[in-house]
Write a protein that binds this ligand. Structure first.
Ligand code: CP
Length: 338
């Protein structure tokens, strides 16, 4: 038996944002278009809109983060909501409190939305199935499974620079196997109709099922980069590796590193992307990361607008759902009392 997608409420709108797999092009485009509107907020004198005034968002990061956690915090503040950065190192999880008990405590403290990063693939799905129906869950990265807001900010960056996805050749290089970003990017690129998606990396770091997702495996970085429009580098995600099947940093750079010489094989206006954190001299040369084709820091900036878009959309859907329930209850009580 397949369970219904927990991202959708009974009205069929997005209640949670957990995985790009299963979301259609209409939803992805709505997020991109909404984020486009929010980019202007960053340039205003008062960088705030009142869309989530009175709401409380809890940042629950069970794994380290710089970009995602801070971008969610800024997005929350720009939407005029309160943010609670739960310090999990000093929280009662260290005394053995379970994940669900921690969430129950935060629900009792009247949090409305949880941003969750966790090392276990499926953690965000699990939480979404257990919280109260009015709560929104946003996945800030779960294990090697999914990083949907990173996927969307990558699509936003590409669309801003290149427009139409159908003409693009996108190359993803490196540790595909342990990369939740690669999975989210591939899902979004396929849904948005990218012309060609190529992946290349060590055989030990290539998932067995990857071609079934709609990508083509290339044997060498040189062949993969030929005529590419977009190049995405990925770091070796050692924290998720269980065995020593990885080349050394030097070996990896020699075979797969995005060097200035290799970059010349792509189109002259190819975008250089990386979700970060970057390891210079391993998956990418410092001069390429800082070079004129690099949009790595733009990706970080667009992360605020994308997160504002996702948060306001799920919150709006949730409020519409609660209003519909309340209307229904009113009608029912009128029927009963009349
Ligand atoms: N891209 C990304 O998830 O970066 P952080 O780990 O710094 O959040």
């Amino acid at each position: 038996m397949t369970l219904p997608d927990p991202q959708f409420n009974t009205m069929g709108t997005l209640q949670h944002f957990i995985d790009l797999q299963g979301l259609d092009a209409t939803i992805l485009t709505q997020i991109l278009d909404t984020a486009e509107g929010f980019t202007g907020v960053n340039d205003r004198k008062i960088r705030q809109v009142p869309l989530m005034r009175g709401k409380t968002v809890a940042n629950l990061f069970f794994e380290n983060s710089t970009r995602t956690r801070t971008a969610f915090e800024l997005a929350t503040k720009r939407l005029s909501a309160d943010i609670l950065n739960v310090d999990l190192v000093t929280s009662s999880t260290s005394k053995g409190e379970s994940l669900l008990d921690t969430l129950n405590v935060l629900e009792a403290l009247q949090c409305d939305m949880f941003i969750v990063r966790h090392s276990d693939s499926g953690a965000a799905h699990f939480i979404a199935r257990h919280v109260s129906p009015e709560i929104n869950i946003i996945n800030g990265g779960d294990g090697q499974h999914s990083h949907p807001t990173q996927g969307m900010l990558d699509m936003f960056t590409i669309r801003r620079h290149k427009g139409d996805f159908s003409k693009l050749c996108v190359v993803i290089i490196g540790d595909i196997k342990h990369s939740r970003v690669a999975r989210s990017d591939i899902a979004a690129l396929v849904t948005l109709g990218a012309g060609e998606i190529r992946v290349v990396g060590p055989r030990t770091l290539m998932p067995a099922d990857i071609e079934s997702l709609g990508v083509v495996i290339y044997p060498t970085v040189e062949s993969a980069l030929k005529d590419a429009d977009v190049i995405m580098g990925l770091r070796l995600q050692k924290e998720r590796m269980k065995s020593a099947t990885v080349p050394s940093a030097g070996e990896f750079y020699r075979t797969y590193g995005l060097s200035p010489e290799r970059l010349k094989l792509a189109k002259p206006d190819a975008l250089v992307m990386h979700p970060g954190p970057t390891n210079r001299g391993v998956e990418i040369a410092g001069s390429v990361a800082d070079g004129k084709q690099s949009v790595i820091l733009e990706q970080v900036t667009y992360g605020i607008a994308i997160r504002m878009a996702v948060m306001s959309i799920v919150m709006g859907n949730s409020q519409a759902m609660q209003s519909a329930i309340a209307r229904n209850q009113d009608n029912t009580s009128i029927e009963v009392t009349s």
